[in-house]
Design a protein. Structure first.
Length: 443
């Protein structure tokens, strides 16, 4: 029977996406397993990257501590101005008071109402600021509790950061996650680990851009059987502009456990370790004051106020050294990274027009993203093997299952028949022996 032009309502589709977020995530994971059966995944190299997507919230609905503090300061200024206006109006009313009602009292009432509204706004802003302090969060979102203000290269939006790991064979998404942290630094290991598990690989190579560089993450990758390739960001620009030596000009002597400066002097380790702002434990290597004072390269090494040079070395610096050695000749691999990981985001944003989430909250947003990743992978598979090939694969799977069902039914029956034949053969053997005896006796 024809559908007679009937189509699903937009609300039905929207509700299905909203209510079945867990099933959409599961379907996306199952499709990655299907990709492995189709042998469309290389399973050796993945590229990792993130992209910002708008959430169902405006920038104005997300408040930071700085914004709340500025709002409080502005309200306090307005309250002070209205207070002065109210006081001036009262003074004017007293000076020109008469027996009847005048405009001064009406103005006083209007100013008092505005002042009360400002006091209510101030109380709300102060309550929001207190909530931030108590929770330890840096942002407070009133529309979507999980959405955050994200900033990259001067562009700010209210939404989420979508992380993906793309297999190098056919640019298929093998792992993805939605976070609300605008910094990619802490995402490298988790994404590489998820990709490794999805591919069931013993070892995996993972490439990412400079934003993912993090010593602790590189250590986790190394321990987890993941070989990471991430360019190290350049953080010595200020020293280079001043014409001074960066830490890279100091060589480390592992056998003596000292650093040697460009002039050949030694920087020896201090007792104990120092915890930096990120919680990393560093060992301090310090030069001698007397040596630096007489050094001919002093101006190229120290500032005018400094008397010694200090180099900080991470406790697990050997991880960084091995990573640097890997990164010496990876130009082609880095170019391949861009081609791999930017393909899904470009396809979804530019061709599919998918740039923002329509639901709110981590659970539903992650489900909606799973649907989009599933659509991307499905369209990609159809482009690779064609619709007929895709259908033929499922037909062969159905045929294999049918054969297995038949075998499950036939094998026990064959076993029972074999047992019956064995018993029949034994009975026939006995009966033939009896007949032979009787026949010989009759002769």
């Amino acid at each position: 029977m024809a559908a007679q032009g009937l189509t699903p309502g937009y609300r039905t589709i929207a509700n299905f996406r909203r209510d079945n977020w867990a099933a959409l995530k599961a379907a996306n994971r199952e499709f990655v397993l299907l990709l492995r059966e189709l042998q469309l995944l290389g399973g050796e190299l993945v590229a990792i990257d993130g992209a910002f997507f708008h959430g169902d919230a405006s920038k104005a609905s997300i408040k930071t501590r700085k914004r709340l503090a500025e709002q409080l300061a502005g309200i306090d200024r307005d309250i002070e101005e209205y207070g002065k206006a109210l006081q001036a109006n009262d003074s004017t009313e007293e000076a020109h008071s008469s027996g009847g009602e005048d405009g001064g009292s009406r103005n006083s009432g209007a100013i008092a109402d505005k002042l009360a509204a400002l006091m209510a706004q101030r109380a709300k802003a102060q309550a929001d600021l207190d909530r931030l302090k108590d929770s330890g969060e840096t942002q407070l979102s009133t529309t979507d509790a999980d959405a955050r203000l994200l900033s990259k290269r001067g562009h700010v939006l209210a939404g989420y950061n979508v992380q993906i790991a793309v297999d190098d064979k056919h640019k298929l998404i093998v792992a993805s996650e939605v976070v609300n942290d605008g910094n990619d630094t802490g995402q490298l290991y988790e994404m590489a680990k998820a990709a490794k598990e999805a591919l069931e690989a013993e070892t995996l190579r993972a490439v990412a851009d400079t934003g993912y560089y993090n010593g602790a993450a590189l250590k986790e990758c190394e321990e987890g059987g993941i070989v990471a390739y991430v360019p190290q960001p350049k953080r010595t620009g200020a020293l280079e502009e001043q014409g001074r030596f960066t830490h890279e000009a100091f060589s480390y002597d592992a056998e003596a456990d000292v650093y040697r400066c460009p002039a050949g002097a030694q920087l020896r380790p201090m007792n104990g370790v120092k915890t930096n702002t990120s919680g990393r434990l560093d060992i301090r290597y310090v030069s001698l004051k007397s040596v630096c004072k007489a050094c001919r390269l002093r101006e190229q090494c120290l500032s005018q106020k400094s008397i010694i040079r200090t180099i900080y070395r991470w406790q697990h610096q050997d991880v960084i050294e091995r990573h640097r050695a890997r990164m010496k000749e990876v130009g082609a691999l880095m170019r391949q990274r861009a081609c791999l990981v930017e393909h899904p985001f470009g396809t979804l944003k530019c061709r599919a027009g998918y740039r923002h989430f329509l639901v709110r909250g981590f659970a539903k947003v992650r489900g909606e993203w799973s649907l989009m990743a599933l659509c991307y992978n499905l369209a990609r598979v159809l482009n690779i093997i064609g619709f007929d090939g895709f259908v033929a694969f499922f037909a062969s799977r159905a045929a294999e299952k049918a054969i297995l069902r038949v075998l499950r039914a036939v094998v026990p029956a064959i076993g029972r028949a074999a047992a019956s034949m064995k018993r029949l053969s034994a009975n026939l053997g006995q009966n033939l022996a009896i007949l032979c005896v009787r026949f010989s006796t009759a002769e």
